[in-house]
Design a protein around this ligand. Structure first.
Ligand SMILES: [Mg+2]
Length: 182
């Protein structure tokens, strides 16, 4: 059963172009299309966290930035690499997010725009991974089976559908288990 969704920040929730070289809370900040609608649908149903590699920003800086674009209240946890001392794809940063949300890796879905950080890190821990490819900023290639996302989407709008498909699959396998036990 899926209980939590982990979101990358740059080019997953907030456009990297709108941040530029500015310190996160001082930047212009533009949301990626459909963030509000999608987060509104997921909030309450799942625990939500931001898991982000930052160069200087700490949890409070990211919370300020999220507040500036009206997204702060959707999230139960904000985990930055600067605070943790490890960057994605390192397992530590994902484990910290899972621990704060009190869920197991298999109960979580990670969504992000980078194969070498978001997808690889999630896959190594057995977290379902969603590659969100909506622009061509990072031309990355899948280099190994562990870098292969469970799902790939081009719009955030597709995420709720993936989650409901996963729920249906879980439901079906529970029912199959019940039948086979009889
Ligand atoms: Mg990113």
């Amino acid at each position: 059963m899926i209980k939590a969704i982990l979101f990358d920040l740059g080019d997953t929730l907030i456009s990297e172009e709108s941040v530029g070289d500015e310190h996160m809370p001082n930047a212009k900040l533009e949301k990626v299309p459909h963030t509000d609608a999608v987060l509104k649908r997921l909030r309450g149903k799942y625990k939500l966290a931001v898991v982000t590699n930052t160069s200087t920003s700490k949890e409070n800086d990211i919370k300020l930035a999220l507040r500036k674009v009206g997204l702060e209240d959707y999230f139960d946890a904000v985990v930055t690499s600067v605070d943790i001392g490890h960057e994605k794809p390192d397992g530590e940063i994902f484990c910290e997010a899972l621990a704060r949300l009190r869920v197991k890796p298999t109960e979580a879905v990670m969504i992000g725009n980078r194969i070498k950080t978001d997808i690889l890190g999630a896959n190594r821990l057995g977290i379902i991974s969603v590659l969100f490819k909506w622009n061509d900023r990072y031309p990355e290639e899948i280099g190994s089976p562990l870098e292969k996302p469970t799902y790939t989407i081009g719009s955030l709008e597709r995420l709720p559908r993936i989650l409901s498909d996963l729920e249906r699959e879980n439901e079906n396998s529970r029912n199959r288990f019940k039948v086979s036990k009889q």
